[in-house]
Design a protein around this ligand. Structure first.
Ligand code: MEV
Length: 310
């Protein structure tokens, strides 16, 4: 029987989340934790051996709808904590799209996978940018809307917005991710910022400032200037806090990490989920995170994107 295995990495946003929704630059890096799916055609939708209600799985439903809702059996395995802002649903959408393309004899072009997976994320969340799905498809690092980037990957449009996605050089770096243990859905947080920005000039200025910080962060990343990159990350956390997307648990983990790190900030949509710290002392940061009730994950960058095999 035909069976396809595909896998995609999780990701974190190093700079620019939320502002990217409004066309500002952002940088996301793939991490060495992956989502793997094994897909085969079947008489009904099954997930991990059990009959599945496809309506309860919007990402799978959306990708399947591009293939006439032909039923498949999926086995999933993930090392990406769900609901944590680490791209678990994006990696699932990317891996499933890659597997479905191969299963249906289509070329597994990263650009097509990134577009299909972004459609699935957008349909599930009702909003957002193609940052997560692009990072999970391409791997390594991607920059969105970054002027002066000379390695274009693809451009995607939705809801009157357009995002240009570029490949960037990523130094091998160690980050410690601290999970608050609080699940927070992306959609309502993006909506919160949208309303704040629409009604308040000050919020719109903060979004612009995040864009400027991200541009400067790109230079720091290019020159591997970890001190500056860390300072910018910590400043970005303050800006995101002003936008109202941090929470006391995230602030606690950021503060605990800072004595042992170049910088630290929330990552992804916030409201819970995870923070990241750039550090040369991962054990000390992990211990600090644990001592404040968080769950640490030490991750490396420079990770391969989507892989599809049989
Ligand atoms: C989520 O990882 C990042 C946000 O900017 C939303 C998005 O870009 O889709 C908050």
């Amino acid at each position: 029987m035909t069976q396809v295995t595909a896998s995609a990495p999780g990701k974190f946003v190093i700079l620019g989340e939320h502002a990217v929704v409004y066309g500002k630059p952002a940088i996301a890096l793939a991490i060495d934790r992956r989502f793997t799916v094994r897909v085969s055609p079947g008489p009904e939708f099954r997930i991990n051996g059990e009959p599945a209600d496809i309506n309860a799985n919007p990402h799978i439903k959306h990708v399947s709808s591009l293939y006439d809702m032909r039923p498949v059996s999926l086995y999933t395995e993930s090392r990406i904590p769900p609901g944590a802002g680490l791209g678990s649903s994006a990696a699932l959408s990317v891996a499933f799209s890659g597997a479905m393309r191969r299963l249906h004899g289509l070329a597994v072009e990263p650009e097509s996978v990134a577009a299909e997976a972004f459609d699935a994320e957008y349909a599930a969340q009702g909003r957002g940018s193609p940052m997560d799905t692009s990072a999970c498809t391409h791997g390594y690092g991607v920059a969105l809307n970054m002027r002066g980037c000379d390695r274009p990957l693809w451009s995607l449009e939705k809801g009157g917005n357009r995002w240009d996605v570029h490949d960037i050089d990523v130094p091998a770096m160690t980050f410690v991710i601290g999970h608050t243990g609080i699940r927070a859905a992306t959609g309502p947080l993006v909506e919160k910022v949208r309303k704040f920005r629409e009604r308040n000039r000050f919020a719109s200025d903060i979004v612009d400032e995040i864009g400027d910080v991200t541009l400067e962060g790109m230079t720091a990343l290019r020159t591997d200037d970890r001190v500056r990159l860390g300072e910018l990350m910590t400043y970005d956390h303050k800006l995101l806090s002003i936008l109202g997307v941090s929470c006391k648990e995230l602030n606690k983990l950021v503060d605990a990490s800072l004595p042992h790190a170049y910088g630290a900030k929330l990552t992804g949509s916030g409201g819970g989920g995870c923070m990241i710290a750039l550090t040369d002392a991962p054990d000390r940061v992990a211990e600090a995170i644990r001592s404040r009730g968080g769950m640490p994950y030490t991750v490396s960058t420079r990770v391969e994107g989507l892989t599809v095999g049989r």
